[in-house]
Design a binder for this molecule. Structure first.
Ligand code: GUN
Ligand code: FE
Length: 428
């Protein structure tokens, strides 16, 4: 038997969307960084001749690490920028900030800051945009590897409609992406994602090269943006008049599939939802960003109706927070405005196992099944006076979880564990 560690407290995790396990007094046992067992503490302890020592977490909830299915690490410095909607926001804030990532030292500095923010917020896996510069991805993966994180990232492919300093070509985007795949994909816990920014900044020739990469490397991931903002959608219709709809621009180049994640999807047509479902593609639901840059209200109930895989995304820096807990709060409100009440259980599912499924990583992370990688969070029900006051009045796990999710932010993340190791008091 390998080295065991264990954590005792209230535990909740999802085996699937409507299938969870909840232990009021639970024990999570970890062996060599992987899940060994989970269950009622008394039951689990009885199974050992020499029970492992355990840390106790009173007034806390232990759950799987959060999964951020859409975020831009190079946009840290433009978080909370005033007054623009998508296309102007890109021109005014994003493109100038991304030009700094031709400097590998700057890229490393921001990658460190970004990963520290993720961990402080309980996020243990993310699908991350780099910039057009391959060195931005080298810097990101180098820092993620040091922290032993499970992360997916890719170099942005962009050959038109952006400043010259941020443009590549179909050929260089292919060769640079290929070199990064060879260097990083499946190295430790890192995976590569082919990453055309969005249809308006790629020619058909470039999207064809993206399709070629997916064909040559069938287990790499794919990420892009879709149907976020009305003006953007109109622009795509003008740029690709021969395509049926926005999704068809990507579909035409064989970019849909079970490892493809499309960010936003606020303004999709029914036929696009149907096609996403048919191809097992996922949408990253980014309510904080959709509100912050004024893109619109995502319809989660439509997504569920069509059976499309959904994960949550902060979309920093369209989004104004690194906290998946705050994203859950905004997800709830955007659905309320459409007459639907997103439940606490579905919210936590989306933040954990649902996100893992959206990234096709659910055989490795997202819950506490035996053998999975032991990335988890300990959330403090009493993190603030208000949370303590409210949660002491709750009678059931439903009520307690809902109050926690609505009132919490990074202060409630007592500790984040990576492969069973705590990060808050960690010596590296
Ligand atoms: N669409 C194209 N690029 C971006 C980006 O950087 N952020 C967001 N939110 N949407 C985009
Ligand atoms: Fe984005």
């Amino acid at each position: 038997m390998g080295k065991l560690s264990a954590h005792r407290g209230e535990i909740l995790h999802f085996l699937d969307k409507d299938n969870y396990q909840h232990f009021e007094d639970g024990l999570l046992v970890i062996e060599d960084g992987l899940i060994h067992s989970v269950g009622n503490a008394e039951d689990i302890l009885k199974q050992f001749v020499h029970p492992p020592t355990f840390a106790q977490h009173p007034n806390c909830l232990i759950t799987a690490g959060f999964v951020d299915t859409h975020v831009h690490y190079p946009q840290c410095e433009i978080i909370a920028s005033y007054g623009k909607q998508l296309l102007e926001w890109l021109e005014t804030y994003t493109f100038p900030a991304e030009q700094k990532f031709d400097d590998p030292e700057y890229a490393s500095k921001i990658a460190r800051f970004f990963l520290d923010q993720l961990i402080a917020n309980g996020t243990t896996t993310a699908l991350v945009f780099g910039t057009v510069h391959p060195q931005s991805v080298d810097a990101f993966f180098t820092e993620a590897q040091k922290r032993k994180l499970r992360m997916i990232c890719g170099k942005v492919m962009m050959d038109r409609n952006a400043p010259d300093a941020l443009l590549d070509t179909p050929e260089t985007s292919y060769s640079e992406s290929k070199a990064l795949i060879e260097k990083w994909h499946n190295k430790d816990r890192l995976c590569y994602a082919v990453t055309p920014r969005f249809a308006p900044t790629s020619t058909d020739e470039q999207l064809e090269q993206a399709g070629r990469l997916l064909q040559e490397y069938p287990d790499v991931h794919f990420q892009t943006h879709i149907s976020e903002n009305k003006q953007e959608c109109e622009w795509v219709t003008e740029l690709f008049p021969e395509r049926k709809n926005y999704l068809d621009v990507y579909d035409h180049h064989n970019l849909l599939g079970k490892r493809s994640v499309f960010a936003h999807g606020v303004h999709l047509e029914d036929s696009e939802w149907q096609r996403l479902a048919e191809t097992d593609s996922a949408i990253a639901f980014c309510p904080a960003s959709n509100l912050f840059i004024g893109s619109g209200l995502f319809n989660l109930y439509k997504a569920n109706h069509y059976g499309v895989k959904i994960g949550l995304g902060t979309d920093v820096a369209g989004g104004d927070s690194f906290s998946i807990l705050k994203v859950v709060n905004q997800a709830y409100k955007t659905q309320q405005l459409q007459g639907n009440s997103l439940s606490a259980f579905e919210s936590l599912y989306l933040a954990t196992y649902g996100g893992a499924k959206a990234l096709d990583l659910h055989d490795k992370i997202g819950n506490f099944e035996k053998g999975k990688e032991a990335d988890f969070v300990v959330l403090d029900y009493h993190a603030t006076e208000l949370m303590k006051f409210k949660i002491e009045q709750c009678d059931s796990i439903e009520e307690r979880l809902f109050s926690l999710l609505m009132l919490a932010d990074d202060r409630a993340v007592k500790n984040t564990f990576i492969l069973g190791k705590e990060t808050k008091n960690a010596k590296s």
